[in-house]
Design a protein around this ligand. Structure first.
Ligand code: HEM
Length: 508
């Protein structure tokens, strides 16, 4: 019955003969003709869970739904018992390797075709993606704990997970796989005291794979950063409006506010080191891996009762966060990224986020280009200094991020790709290097004599740092590329190697 109904639903083919649920219609409301120089942001999906706004920014408009209705008790119990370490401190089903059998035995095939409530659908999607990833990756975690290799994951998602997950995904316009915003990070927090704000100390997790403090810290630092994104969105819109009308003081004020907010966000990011220790990262990371360009899923994953073709999807990754892409688009960094396969991956990542985020980011990109934000800033030395300082915050984010990657990942594993399937040695440096180059070029266009004294020292410091970091980065990437195999360097090399070898043996 369900198979018949699903067969009528559109499943769009991907390249290489793999299918995926169609990602939401991308930017249909933000076409070129729609976004003119003076066009204000009109949210095409104001009732979405992730409707972008100046108050909530890129967080959901309401706190995530914590508790599922009684009829989903079996799934709730499975998720509570699933964690490597349960809330009572005892080992959970993933620790003992019994999760898959428990899903086969205890999880009903929920029919959610009649569910229309957006909050409930989001919570069901989140919980089903947790079940799916734990089910698929349980063998990899067991293997990793034995000998530090991942082996193969389960290659088939049984219909009691696949069918309702696919239904929930279709209804909310997402792919049927764990995502950063709608599953793991931004729809997975609760405020301990509802009368207090979304501050780190007032946050708790709803779902977890390991349940270890490092996983709590990892996820909740993301939330504590994104909590400031409302200020980013409002400053960005003001910057666009001011540049469109030639309002120089308004533009400078918006850029000053944007800078202060990015600084705040970067300061919260710095707390990651203490709140989620590098040595604990690999204990939960296995479960957020994807099924695209990952050796554990050489042929993708079959979704029983959904499609006769396998699905391949990128894993959960901060690369799907919207704060840096907002800066990239507003400051016209995106359009000046190098044309290469690594940058294509960046674009692909940007389709793995709530449709409302996508619409907003597309709007900002198109309007920034129509208005000519960068040129407007460069026409005045002091505006240009503020523009450069904002690009420097994007650099600070990406630089710290590269430090994270070296310390949390490269030091501890030779696995060639990140959770999102990007090559671990070259992908982050591609964007960091592009930002550094743009900063060096921007700096060369600023008339130092025309700068206010307080900006003169700032610009000097920023440009010296950019030059130094670029030299170091080039050396590091060359060294790491020589040391690690080609799969750590080239886009989709893991997939190509699997295909060249005729695919890997699949275990059910
Ligand atoms: C321990 C901390 C972290 C580690 C080890 C880490 C690791 C990574 C890796 C390896 C990638 C490559 C993409 C992929 O998954 O294939 C990535 C991308 C990304 N992550 Fe993280 N991440 C961390 C924390 C964060 C935090 C707190 C944020 C905040 C929102 C974040 C946002 C991003 C963004 C925006 C990208 C894309 C970067 C770009 O556009 O150049 N990450 N991360």
């Amino acid at each position: 019955m369900i198979r018949a109904r699903l067969a009528t639903q559109a499943i769009r083919p991907l390249s290489r003969g793999v299918t995926t649920s169609a990602p939401r219609a991308l930017a249909t409301h933000a076409s070129d003709s729609h976004v003119v120089k003076a066009k204000a942001w009109e949210n095409p999906f104001p009732n979405d869970t992730f409707a972008v706004g100046p108050k909530n920014g890129f967080l959901p408009t309401k706190d995530p739904l914590e508790t599922l209705p009684q009829e989903y008790e079996a799934m709730d119990t499975l998720l509570e018992n699933m964690r490597l370490q349960k809330k009572d401190g005892k080992p959970g089903l993933l620790m003992t390797g019994e999760f898959g059998a428990a899903v086969d035995r205890d999880l009903p095939e929920y029919d959610i075709s009649k569910v229309t409530d957006g909050e409930l659908l989001s919570a069901l999607y989140r919980d089903l993606t947790f079940v799916a990833s734990a089910y698929l990756l349980e063998p990899c975690d067991l293997q990793y704990r034995k000998d530090k290799t991942y082996g193969l994951g389960r290659q088939t998602l049984p219909r009691n997970i696949a069918v309702p997950l696919h239904q929930a995904a279709e209804k909310i316009g997402q792919r049927p796989f764990m995502e950063y915003a709608l599953s793991y990070a931004l729809y997975n927090y609760r405020r301990k005291d509802k009368s207090k704000g979304i501050d780190y100390d007032n946050l708790d997790l709803i779902r977890a794979f390991s349940g270890y403090p490092d996983e709590y810290g990892f996820i909740l630092v993301h939330v504590a950063m994104v909590r400031h994104s409302g200020d980013l969105t409002s400053a960005s819109l003001r910057a666009l409006d001011s540049a469109a009308t030639g309002d120089r003081p308004g533009f400078d004020k918006a850029m000053t506010d944007l800078l202060a907010t990015y600084q705040k966000i970067n300061n919260v990011m710095e707390t990651m080191w203490g709140r989620s220790k590098p040595e604990g990262y690999l204990s939960y990371r296995t479960f957020i891996m994807g099924t695209k360009n990952q050796p554990m899923f050489p042929n993708g994953v079959m979704y029983e009762g959904v499609s006769d073709e396998p699905f391949k999807m990128r894993g959960e990754s901060g690369a799907n966060d919207s704060m840096v892409p907002l800066g990239d688009n507003l400051l016209e960094i995106t359009s000046r990224m190098p044309s290469n396969p690594l940058t294509e991956v960046l674009r692909d990542f940007r389709s793995y986020r709530p449709r409302n985020h996508q619409e907003f980011l597309t709007y900002v990109q198109q309007r920034a280009s129509a208005v000519g934000i960068r040129d407007f800033a460069l026409k005045n030395a002091n505006s240009a200094a503020m523009y450069l300082a904002n690009v420097d915050q994007i650099r600070a984010f990406r630089h710290r991020h590269w430090l994270f990657t070296k310390e949390y990942i490269l030091k501890r594993t030779t696995h060639p790709v990140a959770t999102g399937g990007s090559p671990i040695v070259t992908w982050l440096p591609n964007q960091l290097d592009a930002v550094l180059k743009q900063m060096i070029e921007t700096d060369s266009m600023i008339d130092r004599e025309a700068l206010k004294p307080q900006y003169r020292a700032m610009v000097e410091e920023i440009s010296l740092r950019a030059e130094a970091q670029q030299r170091v980065l080039t050396r590091e990437v060359a060294k790491l590329s020589a040391e690690r195999g080609h799969q750590s360097v080239g886009v989709d090399a893991v997939e190509r190697d699997g295909a060249a070898a005729g695919g890997y043996a699949a275990t059910a």
